[in-house]
Write a protein that binds this ligand. Structure first.
Ligand code: ZN
Length: 368
């Protein structure tokens, strides 16, 4: 018993490959993936495997989103219950403290495309809306999503570019109708390894929730320090209710391959709280900046206005990276550093975007 108690937690810790993020005052910054599949639709793994993967990556919440209209393995997995994978995974999720959200995927031809329904109560109810002669027929999508609305669900549009003849996202008449009727509340700005700046713009312009998910079908394979696409949720509490409230109120950030996409009010505190800046003077012309990046996201900085301060960088460009989980040391020079003075330098954080193609502005302040 003693062996179990001491060895297991250490082992569990060693195995984790969890993206480290700073805390944000007033919120829990939750790592979530709201789009994935198991053998109960067209995925390749058992439902509990998704929970173990999420645990290994330190995720807070996941949703198993099996297709209603597409169950290619139904000869082997005969359950007619569209929430069967949820039922199987529920116990492991509870044991590991992962919030498992009841969900499903409505899978129609573009347009309208695919939609995930989170916090669903009765996924089987959507069967009624499937055209048995043409299961991908999207004609009654408004009625189908109205059923989701009646169940109090949160609906978002998945990978808007998928199955578009030109492989691009297009806001079509039906999407306008679904938006007008408040039948969609968010869109995937990121799906797997694809980010779409146009979709990011739609989310900001139409005040739809920014979503970013893996849509993983195969087993999740990641190198240490590599992370899946996820939605960072600023929740008032770490619970299903807390996540739902945050999604409805658009408090999310898309996170993909070391990049963040979100409203300035949410991404700014993430960057601010990741960095600890200290400076020490060498002489009246030289000082050392010590910038500790406590997060797992490397920040790619671009100097925009250094007000007479020169950064001694390795690169001839005005760019430098604050490496993740590292102390970053930069030598700076000026015609005259005065002890006790506060200096500020303007930077763009190139991999943190607050609009399509618009990096976050960051003011680096330090006292010599
Ligand atoms: Zn899917």
């Amino acid at each position: 018993m003693l062996v179990l108690l001491t060895v297991l937690p250490v082992f569990a810790q060693l195995k984790k490959n969890s993206l480290k993020l700073p805390s944000i005052q007033g919120y829990e910054l939750l790592k979530c993936d709201f789009h994935m599949h198991t053998v109960f639709s067209d995925g390749m793994v058992w439902p509990t495997t998704r929970v173990l993967e999420a645990n290994q990556e330190g995720l807070d919440a996941i949703a198993l989103t099996e297709h209603i209209e597409y169950t290619p393995k139904s000869e082997d997995f005969t359950s007619k219950d569209h929430l069967r994978s949820y039922a199987i995974a529920e116990k492991s999720a509870k044991e590991l403290g992962i919030i498992l959200i009841k969900a499903t995927e409505i899978t129609r031809r573009m347009a309208p495309g695919h939609f995930n329904v989170l916090f669903v109560k009765d996924a089987n109810a959507f069967e009624t809306f499937v055209n048995k002669d043409d299961t991908r027929d999207g004609k009654n999508i408004a009625e189908t999503l109205d059923e989701a609305k009646k169940q109090g669900a949160f609906v978002f549009w998945n990978h808007p570019w998928f199955q578009h003849p030109e492989n691009r996202s297009e806001w079509q008449k039906i999407h306008e109708e679904l938006d007008q009727k408040k039948l969609i509340s968010g869109i995937e700005v990121v799906n797997g390894d694809r980010y779409d700046s146009l979709v990011f713009k739609w989310c900001l312009d139409k005040n739809l929730t920014i979503m970013s998910n893996s849509d993983i079908h195969a087993p999740m394979v990641l190198f240490p320090g590599q992370y899946r696409a996820m939605t960072l949720v600023l929740a008032k509490e770490r619970s299903e209710k807390g996540i739902q409230e945050a999604l409805v109120n658009h408090r999310t950030i898309a996170c993909m391959e070391g990049q963040l996409f979100g409203k300035e009010e949410w991404v700014k505190p993430v960057v601010d709280n990741s960095l600890i800046v200290k400076a020490r003077q060498i002489n009246d012309k030289t000082a050392i900046l010590e910038i500790e990046n406590t997060s797992g996201i490397p920040y790619k900085m671009e100097l925009t206005d250094a007000s007479g301060i020169r950064f001694r960088l390795n690169s001839p460009l005005n760019d430098f990276t604050l490496d993740a989980l590292s102390q970053n040391t930069i030598t700076i020079t000026s015609s005259n550093f005065v002890k006790g003075t506060e200096y500020s330098v303007k930077l763009n954080v190139l991999n943190v975007q607050v609009g399509a193609g618009k990096p976050l502005e960051y003011i680096l302040k330090f006292r010599i």
